[in-house]
Design a protein around this ligand. Sequence first.
Ligand code: C5P
Length: 232
Amino acid sequence: MGKDVIIACDFSSKEETLAFLDKFSGKKPYVKIGMELFYAEGPAIVREIKARGHKIFLDLKLHDIPNTVKKAMAVLSRLDVDMVNLHAAGTRAMMEGALEGVTRPDGTRPLVIAVTQLTSTSQERMQEELLIDQPMDKTVMHYADNAAKAGLDGVVCSPMEAGKVHATCGDGFVTVTPGIRFADGDKGDQVRVTTPAQAKEIGSDYIVVGRPITGAADPVEAYERCVREFVG
Ligand code: C5P
């Protein structure tokens, strides 16, 4: 599995996003497009960034009945994106539907990655509101195992969980890990963070980095520092 740094392009408009990517003259970093940008600009922003030669992780976290997710995934797959995701809580039937929908007529498809429990959900909220009585780490690993059994390619998780996910689901099961900060950087609202070098050490396959790059005085240098530390 090729290790790579994915930049979270958490911008609210096309203008801001393209101005940011223009700074990378000649370089084509892997980018993550989330709900905010996608809902603001629609599929056109995906086509435009793809036409510029970037790989794209379309982070829309689908969760609906299997048939709806299957059809929605078919639409996203036609945008020629490289990675999509969904909530493992939608059940194995939904994940299997997603895989069917996402597979293109020529047999190719983007990587399909599951979200287990959002990192914004505490164990207490999970127990009291979702009535899930198991510890958080057991729940996360169980969801990851469901995703693997459904045939998905991997999960989004904390870099701290990447080693355990590989131990549970196999080394080929991809771990995509946000919560990355430089050793000398600001943590912001992230709690459980690692540096790019630590994420490499634990075995993450892809790191997702937002503000440490988008908010840096020199975003290109910050990106290159991530690549140096994580890919080597
Ligand atoms: O700016 P920062 O590096 O914290 O950005 C991390 C990105 O990863 C954001 O787009 C955030 O929504 C996303 N993410 C996360 N934690 C998760 C899932 C996604 O930080 N569990």
